[in-house]
Design a protein around this ligand. Structure first.
Ligand SMILES: Cc1cc2nc3c(=O)[nH]c(=O)nc-3n(C[C@H](O)[C@H](O)[C@H](O)COP(=O)(O)OP(=O)(O)OC[C@H]3O[C@@H](n4cnc5c(N)ncnc54)[C@H](O)[C@@H]3O)c2cc1C
Length: 466
């Protein structure tokens, strides 16, 4: 595609105001990467619209002057989706950052896309309401980015993912048309569900400008448990057994291996609980009464001890909970501090076969010699694998990484899983899409993209291989 001409930049300034078009190198820098280490792309300009109408005008101009437009929320993505890899502009949604309405009568919130997810949660919780989806990045990611990625998070075990809460969307399609689908309705089967089409479309089918989310009453009681195991396999087996054996659905069921906990300990320079254990589970339980939650955690603790847990730490106040979650929250930062290049895989399998997946990945690490740390949302079958370059030379890394990733994906697919559970295909997993999706499905996906975006201006270079 041609580079942006001076006249095009002038028209962009007319649409969004001169202060909202950035072109100086130092102003562009924060928009050159997301949170995946080792991948960057410099846009020609960053454009910050203040309304859906301005976005529509920008997209109409892009169709005319043929320049790529890459939507961007708050840049916490882990698959390179918000990078302007084909040049053109970053369309930053950052100015659309207001919660428009908290509707207590209908248990709904209407919001602009750049509201920080954690902020939205706090605002609704102050009214006794609950937006459960909590990506581990919730203090820095946007709700619009969550919709575009169909974000999950630790609470998906019990409460599901972003898609389960979206009842209405306003979006600007690549040709500049503004559409609205749904609203404050819990049910809706009117024609094709355009909202669901946009959820998880990674900014390639439309720019999300307003969202209606359904809320739940806030469960008043919650307890978290930290459970260390001296045998890694026992810990992973416990994940499946808690749900099937006791018919208790935890809010969260996370695991970390010893390598991950030890890395966090070194990073924080302080001792973390049970850091010598081979693996740790974090189990969260909630309910409407203290007695209900106590009955649940007693049952789960008993089961874990029967399976072989070394101990059970119960946290029922904020300070203890913070201590318990400390390592889990900073794990990615820790890995980045150890190795400037980390590839984060995000495979998902049916939760009953989690032990098989974790064991197969451990075997791949042992056989290939690549350093890997496994952690994640074990309760919903979603395992993150940090593959660290460390001091491996560049050639060995570039040659070895695709093979290692392919082996991990092959293992997940063989177990009935998928190659990404929540981070998306984005830029980095494009070459693996054909492993996971058949030719007919790929053709259908491409036809959809072409129908929405015939000139290929919205977030090109993502999802599909060139
Ligand atoms: C420490 C850490 C922990 C994380 N934990 C989780 C987790 O538990 N679960 C999880 O799912 N993810 C997690 N993530 C990944 C990331 O936070 C999510 O993918 C999040 O949804 C991205 O939101 P964002 O606003 O930062 O989007 P960005 O990174 O800015 O963009 C992500 C994608 O969405 C598109 N996009 C953004 N906004 C819009 C919009 N308004 N309209 C159309 N397209 C748009 C972009 O084009 C891009 O393709 C984590 C990331 C980090 C760094």
């Amino acid at each position: 595609m041609p580079r942006l001409e001076t006249a095009t930049l002038e028209r962009l300034r007319e649409i969004v105001g001169p202060a909202n078009v950035l072109i100086r190198e130092e102003d562009l820098e924060p928009y050159t990467h997301d949170e995946l280490p080792g991948l960057s792309a410099v846009p020609e300009a960053v454009v910050k619209p203040g309304s859906a109408q301005e976005i529509a005008a920008v997209l109409r101009l892009a169709n005319e002057a043929l320049f790529p437009v890459t939507p961007r929320g708050l840049g916490t993505g882990l698959s390179g989706g918000a990078l302007a890899v084909m040049g053109g502009i970053i369309l930053s949604l950052e100015r659309l950052d207001r919660i428009l309405e908290i509707d207590e009568a209908n248990l709904m919130v209407v919001t602009q896309p750049a509201v920080i997810t954690g902020q939205l949660q706090k605002e609704v919780e102050a009214r006794g309401l609950f937006y459960p989806v909590d990506p581990a990045s919730l203090d820095s990611c946007s709700i619009g980015g969550n919709i575009a990625e169909n974000a999950g998070g630790p609470r998906a075990v019990k409460y599901g993912v972003t898609r389960d809460y979206v009842t209405g969307i306003e979006a600007v399609l690549p040709d500049g048309e503004i559409i609205r689908y749904g609203g404050k309705v819990v049910k809706n089967v009117t024609g094709y569900d355009l909202a669901n089409l946009l959820i998880g479309s990674e900014g390639t089918l439309g720019v999300i400008t307003e969202i209606t989310l359904k809320l739940l009453p806030l469960p008043p009681h919650r307890v978290d448990l930290l459970v260390p195991f001296d045998d890694f396999r026992q810990a992973i087996r416990a994940v499946a057994t808690i749900i099937s054996g006791r018919k208790i659905l935890p809010v969260v069921l996370e695991f970390m291996d010893q390598a991950g906990v030890k890395a966090c300990e070194a990073f924080l320079d302080k001792q973390l609980p049970f850091s010598d254990a081979a693996a740790q589970l974090i189990i969260g339980l909630d309910g409407t009464s203290a007695a209900e939650v106590e009955a649940q955690y007693t049952s789960v603790a008993e089961l874990c001890l029967e399976i072989g847990a070394a101990d059970v730490l119960v946290a029922d106040n904020p300070a203890n909970k913070d201590r318990l979650w400390e390592a889990r929250r900073i794990l990615l930062e820790t890995l980045k501090a150890q190795s400037p290049v980390v590839e984060v895989e995000d495979v998902v399998v049916p939760r009953s076969v989690i032990p098989d997946l974790v064991e197969r990945v451990a075997a791949i690490a042992e056989r290939t010699g690549f350093r890997m740390v496994q952690w994640g949302h074990a309760g919903d079958g979603n395992v993150h694998i940090g593959i660290m370059k460390m001091d491996l030379d560049q050639q060995a890394w570039e040659e070895g990484l695709p093979r290692v990733a392919e082996e991990i994906f092959t293992a997940a697919l063989a177990l009935g899983g998928a190659i990404t559970g929540e981070h998306g295909i984005g830029r980095v997993k494009r070459r693996f899409l054909p492993m996971a999706v058949g030719p007919a499905e790929q053709r259908a996906m491409k036809r959809l993209k072409e129908a929405f975006d015939p000139k290929g201006i919205l977030n090109p270079g993502k999802i599909f291989a060139d």
